[in-house]
Design a protein around this ligand. Structure first.
Ligand SMILES: Cc1cc2nc3c(=O)[nH]c(=O)nc-3n(C[C@H](O)[C@H](O)[C@H](O)COP(=O)(O)OP(=O)(O)OC[C@H]3O[C@@H](n4cnc5c(N)ncnc54)[C@H](O)[C@@H]3O)c2cc1C
Length: 321
């Protein structure tokens, strides 16, 4: 029997949805029916997350009582280290987020564990655990294995693994690390710009604009088109970099993965590897581009070789009819 340990992430009294995605990823790593998925939640009010973690696929929830209500790298590092020891975990899954980046590498290095970040596929090939992540600025997929490592820590990309449905009745156990001292203190919480914006990872219909729109003054007409069509307006990186739309609307490797999207209309977007990293999984992709050889057409279900301004005019008149 082996244990797959998932570290829950929470912020400002809310469990972050990526935790449920990691539980689903953990299920995929079970080698036998005896293997257990253990979710640990760390914090001074960790027990308040037990109901939200009592979901299908979780065998045990460990409530790790610490001295801090919020994330703290020192405390998380000590707690996860103690959890690995007590649960004899073969695999530890953390969200690939700024929190985990604050302690995962140190944890792996100090304890000589296997380690991979930003993993979007994790699977056993025979007896060998293999993690797939991007390399060379996401231009290639790299398979990483961990010869000789009894425990492997992986930070997992968000919005890749679909959460399992249904509730569960996990065993609830406790671990106390409240004596661990932190070197830092949380003074305040500052939401970054765009923090109050819609969460594009949760919407199902997106219209996304790229450099093909040409000028900032053209953004408004596509904003109106998206609103009329009932879509959320998103963008490629050059549009966010130029400040024409907030960073929170950027799709792609250094933006967001639009995990819940069902219909994605790409307007004047060439389809770089980095952009596609955030949307290539969408079941229905419609691309409009004047260049018939644009890469976006390689993943589009429907492609229109044409001008986005003509498309906008035509769709507007159809929607008005
Ligand atoms: C480390 C790193 C991370 C990155 N992260 C991201 C990311 O998260 N997201 C992202 O998007 N990019 C990202 N990029 C940038 C990425 O490499 C591309 O530069 C970017 O995606 C290109 O955006 P685009 O498709 O809008 O522009 P372009 O590549 O310039 O494409 C514009 C397209 O519009 C078409 N076009 C022009 N006029 C019209 C018209 N009137 N009608 C129809 N079509 C028209 C053109 O044919 C062209 O295909 C990243 C790059 C790096 C190095």
């Amino acid at each position: 029997m082996s244990t797959i340990l998932v570290i829950a992430e929470h912020r400002r009294n809310e469990l972050r949805p990526v935790t449920l995605e990691l539980i689903s990823a953990a299920q995929g790593l079970k080698k036998s029916a005896d293997d257990k998925v253990v979710v640990a939640v760390i914090g001074s009010q960790a027990d308040s997350y037990v109901p939200a973690l009592s979901v299908n696929g979780v065998d045990e929830v460990v409530v790790v009582k610490s001295s801090s209500v919020d994330f703290d790298p020192d405390i998380f590092e000590a707690a996860v280290s103690a959890l690995i020891e007590s649960k004899k975990s073969a695999v530890v899954l953390l969200p690939h987020t700024v929190d985990s980046l604050g302690y995962a590498a140190t944890l792996a290095s100090k304890s000589n564990l296997g380690f991979a970040t930003d993993v979007f596929i994790a699977e056993y090939q025979g007896d060998e655990l293999v993690a797939t992540r991007g390399g060379y600025n996401q231009k290639v997929n790299v398979e990483v294995d961990f010869p000789g490592k009894d425990t492997v820590v992986m930070t997992m990309r968000a919005s890749v693994f679909k959460p399992l449905e249904g509730t569960g009745s996990p065993v609830v156990t406790n671990l106390d690390v409240s004596s661990v001292q932190s070197r830092s203190q949380n003074k305040d919480f500052i939401e970054l710009g765009g923090g109050n914006d819609i969460d594009i990872t949760t919407v199902d219909f997106i219209m996304s604009i790229g450099r093909g729109i040409g000028e900032e003054t053209n953004v408004e007409q596509f904003r109106e088109l998206a609103e009329t069509a009932g879509a959320t307006l998103c963008c490629s990186r050059p549009i966010a970099d130029a400040g024409w739309l907030p960073k929170s609307r950027q799709v792609g490797q250094s933006g967001k993965v639009v995990g819940s999207c069902k219909l994605y209309v790409a307007l004047g977007i060439s389809g770089s590897i980095q952009h596609m990293a955030g949307m290539k999984h969408v079941p229905t992709i419609v691309a409009i581009n004047t260049d018939p050889s644009a890469s976006i057409f390689t993943i589009a279900k429907y492609g229109i070789v044409g001008d986005i301004f003509e498309f906008e005019e035509e769709l507007n008149s159809q929607l008005a009819a």
